[in-house]
Each structure stands twice: as C-alpha cells, then as structure tokens.
Ligand binder design. Sequence first.
Ligand SMILES: C[S@@+](CC[C@H](N)C(=O)[O-])C[C@H]1O[C@@H](n2cnc3c(N)ncnc32)[C@H](O)[C@@H]1O
Length: 321
Amino acid sequence: MDFAARHGLAHPAQHHRHGRNLSQRQPAELLNKIAAAIRMLPAAMYAVYFDIVRKDPERLAEAARAGIREACFATGSHHRLPLIDLSDWLCGFRSSLGTVVLPMELPTEGVGNASYFHALAAICAASRPTRIVEFGTFLGLGTAVLALNSAAGILTIDLPDTPRAQETETLSQADLTLVSRSRNRIGAYYRGETYADRITEVRCDSRRLDLRDYVPFADLCLIDGGHSYECIASDTSNALRVLAPGGTIIWDDYFWMYPDVVLFLNELQKAGYPLYRIKGTNLVVYRNSGSRPAPDRSACRGERAQGLRSPEGERDRPDAP
Ligand SMILES: C[S@@+](CC[C@H](N)C(=O)[O-])C[C@H]1O[C@@H](n2cnc3c(N)ncnc32)[C@H](O)[C@@H]1O
C-alpha cells in the first residue's frame, strides 16, 4: 500500500485528473486571501505595537483587533452565507424603488450603525408590512425606524427591568452589557413620538413566549434579542410560526462577536432555508416565498432546532391572512 492510500489521501494520479478544476479555482481564492491579509497588515502591526508599549489613549488597538477579527471572519470558513447587495435583495419586492425615513441623529449607544439602520428602513419600507415583531427592543431606535418606515402595528419584546437569573443565564458578556445598559430605559427613544401608539411592548424572556398568543401573523420579524444559541433558536422558531406568506425575517449580528448566531444561521441554511447576508451589514435575511424544496431539518443541531417549521409548513399555517 502506498503512502497516499495509507493516509487516506487522494492518489497523485487523481490530483492530476482533477488538476484543471483546482488550478482554475485556486488562484482567485488565494489572491483574495493574500489581498485580505495585506489589507489587515497595518491594523495587525498596530495591535502588536500596542501589546509591546501598552499605551493606547485612543483605543485604536481595540478597533484594530476588531478589524482583524472581521477580516478573518469574512475570509474564513465560518462565514458561509452568501453575500448580496441590499438593492439586489430588494428587487424581490415590487415597491423597492422608494425612499426611507431615518432619524436626524442616531444615538445608537453602541448598538447598530448607519448601514444597519438604513438597511432596516429599506427592507421595512419595501416589504410594506402591516404587522411587525421585534425581538430585543433596547432603547427603541430600531423600533422607531420600523415605525417610521411603515404603517404597521409593532410588537416589541425585551426582558423585564429586573430580569431573574434564569432569564439571562445563557447570555454572553456582550449581551449582559446591553441588558444592564438598557434597564429602565427600554423603548425610551420612541416615548412620546406620534407613532408610539402603534407600538406594543412585551416585557419577558422571549424564550418563554409563544408569539401565536400575541399576533395572528407577522409580515416582518426582526430577531435581535439574546444572542445565545438558545435565544436565537427559540426566537427563530417563534417567528417562523407566525410568518405570513411573503413575510421576511431579519437577523442582526451575524459576525465574529456572536458565534452562536453564526452557528445557528449556518445550520438553518444547511437545513434548506435560503439565507443571505446583506453586504456592508451584519444582517441576514430570509423571505418566505412559499415555493422552496422541503428543507432537511435533521441538519439542525439538537432538539432546540426541532421546533423549526419548514418553509412549506409556513404556507400551510391556518390563520395566514
Ligand atoms: C442588540 S439589543 C436590541 C437592539 C434593537 N433591536 C435596535 O435595533 O436598536 C438586544 C436587546 O435584547 C434584549 N434581550 C436579551 N435577551 C433577551 C431575552 N431572552 N428576551 C427578550 N429580550 C432579550 C436585551 O435586553 C437588549 O435590550
């Protein structure tokens, strides 16, 4: 037995046979990786320099590290969902060439940025929802953007002001920081605004709630609450239960800081849901067109994924509008 066979490697002759395909594909991939490595070099050098001198008054090293992680994430194998331009994705809606409304100022307090709010506004305006569900209210800036770009009734869910230990036990440090930063300020941004009467707040652990008790259907769901696997799996399952035909689900935070979100959405795609990451954002989108092949739900991990309804299942929902 030769070396290749003993180690389970393809025989060199086989390499030769497949040589044309490989040689066509590899140079482009390799060049992309080299280009990404060159792009992150200045940031990497700064981060190394900071580690040596231990002085960084502008917190640039932290930003440099984030840039490196993002570049590694975007070029690495974890990042599996196809990228799409927002305008290309919006082509699926007839009303896509419209305008959006954004607040003059975006006091994000570290959650979201201009690209996020613009994409959220555009998807909302294009999909003309009558009923929206948002997981994760925070200060209510996202809720306000949804309200400003639709005439919909909005149900928005966040933890109580004093959450119990078991309501936050699966959350990462990044999530816990957001929870503590927003206590007693949930929805503060839209209080007193003209559209506030279209917004209904629910204050509980979203994993304990069955959306069917609150809404007969939803045309648009924003999943941006807890980022643990448990939360995102439960929120997704809940959203799919009420998603109207033609309805859209948006997930935020498909990036290196929330590995459970990345893991879960990659699994969901593997299970047959056509998901796309919107270029220039951390948003992932799914539209229930009702004409997809049956997804393989066994590809999802564990019993938590069991509750996920197939795209076909959504079409059969008895209370669909
Ligand atoms: C990233 S922020 C939401 C940002 C908001 N969607 C926006 O666009 O401005 C996440 C929020 O989810 C809430 N959250 C975390 N775990 C939750 C859970 N299990 N149930 C409900 N809300 C949760 C946190 O309290 C926090 O306010």
